[in-house]
Design a protein around this ligand. Sequence first.
Ligand code: FAD
Length: 408
Amino acid sequence: MDCKLRDLIIIGGGIVGVAAARMLARECSVSILLLEAEKHLAAHQTGRNSGVIHSGLYYRPGSMKAKTCREGRETLYRFCEEKGVPHERCGKVVVAVTEKEKAQLAELARRGEANGLTGIRLLDRAGLQAHEPHAEGVAALHVPETGIVDFSVLTQRFAEEAQVSGAEIRTGVRVTGCEFRDGLFHLDTDIGERFCARTLINTAGLHCDEVAQLCGLRPDIRIIPFRGEYYTLKPERAELVNHLIYPVPDPRFPFLGVHFTRRIGGGIEAGPNAVLAMKREGYSWKDWGAGDLASMLSWPGFWRMGAKYWNTGLQEMYRSFSRRSFARALARLVPEIKETDLQPGGAGVRAQAVDRQGRLLDDFHILEGKQMLHVLNAPSPAATASLAIGRTITERACALFGFSRRKG
Ligand SMILES: Cc1cc2nc3c(=O)[nH]c(=O)nc-3n(C[C@H](O)[C@H](O)[C@H](O)COP(=O)(O)OP(=O)(O)OC[C@H]3O[C@@H](n4cnc5c(N)ncnc54)[C@H](O)[C@@H]3O)c2cc1C
């Protein structure tokens, strides 16, 4: 054998892979190696998101999103409290600006309660302004269990604990090939080193479908990258927002609509929108990837999705190029906001799985293969839910791979 054998290799060092490594290392008597392509952990979705600990308001009751968000949120708060990770359970408001949206708020409140949320309150205009004096709407929902945190910091802390429990983490190693031979996975990497393992978990985020294909699977989804672009409020206008202000989401999409978020490190972010990215790590319109585009265009679901949503797609694109239009969307929630209050912020790219029929997969999706597990859809709120997803992966790995639990 030309490489050191491990019981398990995890591909991808975002918060999902690292949370799974931590839980597996603590719970199971197995040797674990996590490989991350970039020089540091949390380089993509995990390190470029809104930093919101989601409450679980939006998700279909009974779905994996709903269950893991609820469990993950509370476990996350406990972890932050015990380990001294900066965070805040600051709550948020979802603002209805029309009567039609007000009716949707009532439905959201019902969903929230079905998902086990407590303390949700329907507010009138005065009640909204007691929380957010500059917001304007006919009604709002106050959701006290929402919070903020830095998910990169959390990933780092999970990684430290995984290592203390015996997991090995290597960064700067991209998996480029996978051969299953004599009951073992043989992985090729971009640094020329080969790695072997009895079992494999794929948490490669924007590349999870490609990694599944490397492993010989033909998953019935393709990752379509949707960029979310942010502005930040100029510091002198930050007093317009206390905490988090959200619109009523369009129920046809898994994205929440541009909103205001206070960051745990300070400052107010506005966004993200949702535009098609021309590359999996396409953080601006300048980033194009021929291979990624070919993968997208050759997927029948991409065209079916386009046929359904081209109108919304064009509007989002227009807003991406027009700061005025972006400011107008924000001014629906806080009318005092002007184009001149915004300065360019960062961007993140969502790994959204789309099926052959052009449907955007709503729930988390984990595919089982021979001696392997592939996380093929882990969009928001997967960062919030990461500890619960880590636990789910651990349970499935124990059942599927026959890992033995540590005693005591
Ligand atoms: C704009 C935006 C806003 C969001 N806001 C929130 C929010 O407020 N709250 C929330 O809960 N969720 C939010 N999310 C969702 C959340 O960020 C993701 O669900 C979560 O980070 C997914 O984690 P992950 O580990 O699956 O993926 P990632 O963080 O993308 O990690 C995957 C890792 O795999 C690595 N990798 C890929 N291919 C290979 C390979 N071949 N070999 C080795 N490594 C590889 C990548 O380099 C990457 O580091 C947001 C997402 C975006 C994009």
